[in-house]
Design a binder for this molecule. Structure first.
Ligand code: ZN
Length: 259
């Protein structure tokens, strides 16, 4: 009778021992196979677990917004009704929005190869649009001075995010380097520094104040030299813009991909 109890106890202990070994093994495998959470992944998990009011579960990459100036501006909301008919520059057979669009698409292709998500935005941006950076793409034109040429770039006069200046400088540097265009820096206008899409204090359809922003005038559509880039080789200004954005994003290590 006693020996039967002993047998039972020994069998039970053996089973317990074997199951502990299995558990320890599984535990150590898991510990080995689960990588350390990066700050980005941690953010993502926190957001996923933070309740049903968080709508965007798909933000795995840094995202930038490229606004194609004057694109689809024929039916704006009432606050931006003055956009109707504002077609911008014209030259070399292209409307400004067409030139802006080609450059935006070229930049998008390069940025996506670097794992950066790109929103191509129309003249009216979503209400309080958020991204790691926002660039409005435009082109100049002059009816009276066909020799006017060069690019220029300016961020919002009131730098809501505190990082628009750095974004502007990064793109200025790379755009000049890649396109070798001269800079038309003396003709920055209030239309640039007080641009409607930069102004969340005046318009609903504007970027969120946390989003760094800038406006790039890519060159003069009315100038035969600039047309070389804008009309025949939009991939060159597109690359200058993309490289500038990458330079900026690389300088922002703590940036949240879910912005
Ligand atoms: Zn324009």
């Amino acid at each position: 009778m006693l020996s039967r109890y002993y047998k039972l106890i020994i069998t039970f202990s053996f089973c317990l021992f074997v199951s502990s070994l299995v558990l320890i093994r599984v535990g150590s495998d898991q510990a080995l196979s689960v990588p350390k959470l990066t700050a980005f992944a941690f953010n993502e998990l926190t957001r996923r677990n933070s309740g049903p009011d968080v709508a965007d579960y798909t933000c795995h990459h840094l995202k930038v917004g490229l606004q194609v100036g004057h694109w689809n501006n024929q039916h704006p909301p009432a606050e931006l009704s003055w956009l109707v008919g504002n077609t911008g520059a014209y030259g070399g057979g292209l409307m400004e929005w067409e030139s802006n669009h080609r450059i935006a698409v070229a930049a998008k292709q390069i940025l996506e190869k670097h794992g950066i998500q790109v929103d191509l935005l129309e003249a009216v941006v979503p209400i309080r649009y958020q991204a790691a950076a926002f660039v409005s793409i435009h082109a100049d034109g002059s009816d009276t001075n066909p020799s006017a040429n060069g690019f220029k770039i300016a961020g919002p006069e009131r730098d809501w995010s505190g990082r628009s200046k750095q974004l502007t400088e990064s793109i200025r540097q790379k755009y000049a380097q890649v396109t070798k265009m001269p800079e038309d820096a003396h003709n920055i206008t209030q239309n640039m520094t007080h641009y409607y899409s930069f102004s969340p204090d005046r318009f609903q359809h504007a970027i969120d104040s946390k989003t760094p922003a800038t406006l790039l005038e890519t060159g003069f559509l009315s100038n035969s030299g600039d047309q070389h880039f804008l009309i025949h080789h939009p991939e060159i200004p597109g690359e200058g813009l993309a490289q500038g954005l990458i330079l900026f994003l690389d300088s922002q290590p703590g940036i949240d991909p879910c912005l």
